[in-house]
Design a protein around this ligand. Structure first.
Ligand code: NAD
Length: 439
């Protein structure tokens, strides 16, 4: 079976590499020549744990190309994994999906299954099938199938090789059979349903996870006011198997390339059909507010950040990825710069991408220690392991004024209480072992 994958981002490249690991010959297509050149030389253009190694070890089964015609012409199955970013009005921008669909229609010379892995609004698979059929240049059969992706950045390779489930949305049995065959060796439960249900499963799953985060963040905010501890509260909740103990971490909100746009897209779709999803609206609103929670907290300690040295630990939207899309750092750092802060930042893998946005305005440091030296205040935006493992007593020794605002609850309050710092986190008591005057 010949497979092609359109798009070599977090979804496309991981899918292509994992299919090659399962023995398939895969042509990975991208329009970005630089990315393709990197991959041809055995370098992954994105950071995902284990991805580059797996790619290199399957190089003889992988072909990286910009020549879509060659890749699609004789493929039995073509996966589409291109981006579907958010438009100004919150709806999904499907232009890349349509452009691949046109390329497919004009290239294929044999019957094939076109599989939409990109997250697309309910009804898109139907439209894409019609669109391809209308634009076909050869007399072939095309079946469009929905196969939403559930991987999480940071654990993408593991999530794909050991997926929780494989959802296949089809209208014809033949497409379902071919895709079931493709995934036979993956060992995950396979759910075959119709295309609209498959599309909805993806949105409902992502939006439910986002809802869980916003719910916990609201509870955390109230915990702060009434003197409860969110870590204990969520631990107590998590013992109930109906609730589960995953995804109950409070913080400065969700980011990334999926939850923000997928909540807005589903909310938009509901409104379009005159049915407002009120829980999703609340999820979005709570998250917007949560992203700036640390800046608001900083006003307790400094009237503004003008002239202060601000240490930032973590730039990416979560640990394990170099992706900055919708990261809280990108909301907070412009506000700090506007305030006149001198920013020093550390991130183990996100710095190169951040430098593309802020090449000169920020001092990038190689170590956490260097970042903290002489800082007036420290903001923790990402719960990297290096931050969690960092000796909390060092903040007091390295910083000019050890005010630490932890947006990811990286430290145990028992340990914080033994140090000489000011420490404010999310949903827990703030600790002030220092005499400090608001300046
Ligand atoms: P991405 O932005 O990382 O990658 C998209 C790639 O597609 C880019 O390399 C781009 O150059 C390429 N591309 C654009 N037009 C093309 C064309 N005509 N032909 C070939 N390549 C083309 O995107 P991503 O994060 O991998 O997300 C892809 C889709 O999967 C989105 O719909 C997203 O919502 C969904 N998804 C993402 C994740 C995630 O964690 N990133 C998880 C599940 C689902």
């Amino acid at each position: 079976m010949k497979i092609a994958v359109a798009g070599t981002g977090y979804v496309g490249l991981v899918t292509g590499v994992c299919l090659a690991e399962h023995g398939y010959f895969v042509s990975c297509v991208d329009i970005d020549e630089n990315k393709v050149k990197l991959m041809q030389s055995g370098i992954s253009p994105i950071y995902e744990q284990g991805l580059e190694e797996l790619m290199v070890s399957n190089m003889e089964k992988l072909n990286f190309t910009t020549n879509y015609k060659e890749a699609y012409r004789s493929a039995d199955v073509i996966f589409i994994g291109v981006g579907t970013p958010e438009k100004q009005d919150g709806s999904a921008d499907l232009s890349s999906v349509y452009s691949v669909a046109l390329q497919i229609a004009q290239s294929i010379e044999k019957d094939c299954v076109v599989v939409i892995k990109s997250t697309v609004p309910i009804g898109t698979n139907d439209k894409i099938e019609k669109f391809i059929k209308t634009n076909l240049t050869n007399n072939v059969n095309v079946y469009v199938a929905s196969n939403p992706e559930f991987l999480a950045q940071g654990t993408a390779v593991r999530d794909t090789l050991h997926s929780s489930r494989i959802v296949i949305g089809v209208e014809e049995e033949i497409a379902g059979n071919i895709l079931t065959q493709v995934y036979k060796g993956f060992g995950a439960p396979i759910l075959v349903t119709n295309r609209r249900s498959a599309e909805m499963i993806k949105y409902a799953s992502n939006d439910f996870l986002a809802l869980k985060i916003s719910f916990v963040n609201e509870i955390a905010n109230l915990c702060e006011i009434i003197g409860a501890n969110i870590d204990d509260v969520t631990e107590g909740m998590g013992y109930d198997q109906r609730i589960g103990d995953k995804f109950l971490n409070s913080g400065i909100g969700y980011g990334g390339s999926c939850f923000p746009k997928d909540t807005k897209a589903l909310h938009w779709l509901g409104n379009f059909h005159d049915y407002e999803l009120k829980t999703i609206r609340a999820t979005i609103d709570v998250n917007e507010n949560q992203k700036v929670k640390l800046i608001k907290k900083s006003r307790k300690y400094f009237n503004n950040l003008s002239g202060l040295t601000v240490a930032i630990l973590g730039l990416t939207f979560k640990p394990g990825t170099d992706d900055l899309r919708e990261a809280p750092s990108l909301v907070n750092i412009p506000l700090m710069l506007e305030d006149g802060a001198n920013i020093k930042a550390w991130d183990p893998v996100g710095v190169n991408n951040f430098k593309k946005i802020y090449p000169n305005e920020i001092t990038y440091c190689d170590t956490i220690e260097d970042t903290l030296i002489d800082a007036d205040i420290c903001f923790i935006f990402t719960e990297w392991k290096e931050v969690k493992d960092f000796d909390i007593s060092k903040y007091g020794k390295l910083m000019k004024t050890p005010v630490i605002l932890d947006g990811r609850n990286c430290y145990d309050l028992k340990h914080v209480k033994k140090t000489n710092i000011i420490y404010d986190s999310i949903g827990r008591e703030s600790i002030s072992n220092l005499e400090f005057v608001n300046v």
